[in-house]
Design a binder for this molecule. Structure first.
Ligand SMILES: NC(=O)C1=CN([C@@H]2O[C@H](COP(=O)(O)OP(=O)(O)OC[C@H]3O[C@@H](n4cnc5c(N)ncnc54)[C@H](OP(=O)(O)O)[C@@H]3O)[C@@H](O)[C@H]2O)C=CC1
Ligand SMILES: CCCCCCCCCCCCCCCC(=O)[C@@H](N)CO
Length: 301
């Protein structure tokens, strides 16, 4: 319906989880490209510092950056954010949902509070916020972008990520439904499947991450949040619907193509064939690592 090119100059982009990590890196990247930015997260002090830092990057006179402090896992707060934007006459062009959290650990060791937090921050912040903002983004038909943040983990869930992987698979499915439903309004829905990148959240999750989880995900070495944001923005500008930030993520995405949007059709179709041949072998190797470690643990006891 609209051109594939995404020119961010002058657009109003609202970013959840915009006070650190990928959300903050995206805010800086897009602001530098001329966008107006509103970042949202729970901690006001962090948001204030971020806004001051982003302002320093200003290149144009009439560009603005602002914040709203809100816990978006509560629907009433999402509604308050919408009312706040309406009052200030700020109609967002694009929404980027970046809030998320992982608590990698063996399932039996995960406190229920962390499971709830996983549901709240990974899933509720995304679906509640999109639901509350829908009246604004469907008001008139025009080119808009909704960006949801899943993870490579949605293509391959493995040891240690029981608190997180199901939520990111849910975000992927939610994005697929939205991609259909928002089509008539000119809203393009993009889903991110990042591999590891450095952030405050990443440093925190590494404190509880089992050694086996680290070993398996070693195939996705952490890049900087800035590099990750750069790849995401370039992919958005290219019109990609499913966005991968590293090679292994793209390979695993190709292994589970299904009816999903594709990038590099022929390469992905070839890889999906390779995946159907060798994919299970990769998983069997991971099962072998798990058995080996549990035997070593038995010996230590
Ligand atoms: N880092 C990685 O390796 C990967 C991360 N991802 C995903 O990418 C996204 C960004 O990750 P990353 O930058 O590492 O995350 P961080 O944990 O560093 O940042 C998360 C952001 O979300 C905000 N946030 C958390 N809870 C809420 C809430 N209830 N309401 C509003 N804002 C909230 C945080 O601020 P505050 O606490 O103040 O609210 C913070 O700004 C996440 O969805 C993550 O799952 C995907 C693949 C890899
Ligand atoms: C031939 C194919 C070989 C395949 C080998 C399998 C490798 C799996 C890599 C998975 C990387 C997962 C990154 C998750 C990042 C994430 O979401 C967390 N950091 C949360 O923040």
């Amino acid at each position: 319906m609209f051109s594939n090119k995404y020119n961010v100059d002058g657009r109003l982009i609202v970013i959840t989880g915009g006070s650190q990590g990928l959300g903050y890196a995206l805010a800086k990247n897009l602001y530098l490209k001329g966008a107006n930015i509103i970042i949202i997260s729970r901690t006001e002090t962090k948001l204030l510092t971020c806004v001051e830092e982003i302002k320093k990057l200003s290149r144009k006179k009439d560009q603005f950056v602002d914040y709203v402090a809100a816990d978006l896992s509560k629907y009433e707060n999402c509604e308050k954010v919408r009312e706040h934007l309406v009052l200030k006459n700020l109609l967002p062009d694009d929404l980027i949902c970046c809030a998320g959290i992982a608590y990698p650990q063996k399932f039996a060791k995960i406190p229920i509070s962390k499971i709830d937090e996983g549901i709240d921050i990974n899933y509720r912040t995304a679906v509640y916020f999109v639901h509350a903002m829908l009246p604004l983004i469907t008001e008139k038909v025009r080119e808009q972008h909704l960006v949801l943040c899943s993870s490579v983990i949605a293509s391959y869930a493995f040891y240690g990520y029981s608190q997180y992987a199901p939520m990111k698979a849910a975000v992927k499915a939610f994005g697929d439904c939205m991609r259909h439903e928002l089509l008539p309004y000119g809203v393009k829905v993009h889903t991110l499947f990042p591999g590891n990148f450095e952030s405050e959240g990443y440093a925190q999750e590494n404190l509880t991450k089992p050694a086996l989880t680290k070993e398996i995900e070693g195939a996705s070495p952490a890049i900087s949040a800035e590099k990750c944001a750069d790849i995401v923005v370039k992919s958005l500008q290219n019109g990609s619907l499913y966005i991968y930030t590293d090679f292994i993520g793209w390979v695993l995405g190709s292994f589970s193509l299904g009816l999903n949007p594709r990038e590099w059709w022929f390469a992905q179709i070839f890889l999906s064939f390779v995946g159907s041949l060798v994919g299970r072998l990769v998983d069997l190797y991971h099962e072998h690592l798990i058995r080996k470690e549990s035997q070593q643990e038995d010996k230590r006891r």
